[in-house]
Design a protein around this ligand. Structure first.
Ligand SMILES: [Ca+2]
Length: 102
């Protein structure tokens, strides 16, 4: 896959560059089929475990983050609980409360 775009409905669309023409990968051809953010998916790739394969981080409209490990063969597995090192940003209310403590 050469291009991944987040959609307003939370789904990820993948495209393969076929010599300058992008082909939309659908169904099982899309390695991200079934990965859905609550709303406004915002994907980015970073090698979180430093194994040389880009892992997937998907943000959403509400500040949530979901992390998926790339096994190097096009399979992305969701990391949950303590295996997910990223946490949601505090809400504005939590940020304001934190500022008052100082
Ligand atoms: Ca990796």
């Amino acid at each position: 896959m050469d291009l991944v775009v987040g959609n307003a409905d939370g789904k990820l669309r993948a495209f393969r560059n076929d010599g300058g023409t992008f082909t939309w990968l659908t169904g099982t051809a899309n390695p991200f089929d079934g990965i859905v953010a609550p709303e406004a998916a915002s994907p980015t790739f970073v090698d979180l475990d430093r194994d040389g394969d880009p892992d997937l981080v998907v943000g959403d409209r509400w500040g949530g983050l979901r992390v998926f490990r790339n096994d190097g063969h096009g399979i992305f597995t969701a990391l949950t609980g303590s295996s997910q090192s990223l946490r949601r940003n505090p809400s504005r209310r939590q940020q304001r409360a934190g500022l008052r403590r100082f």
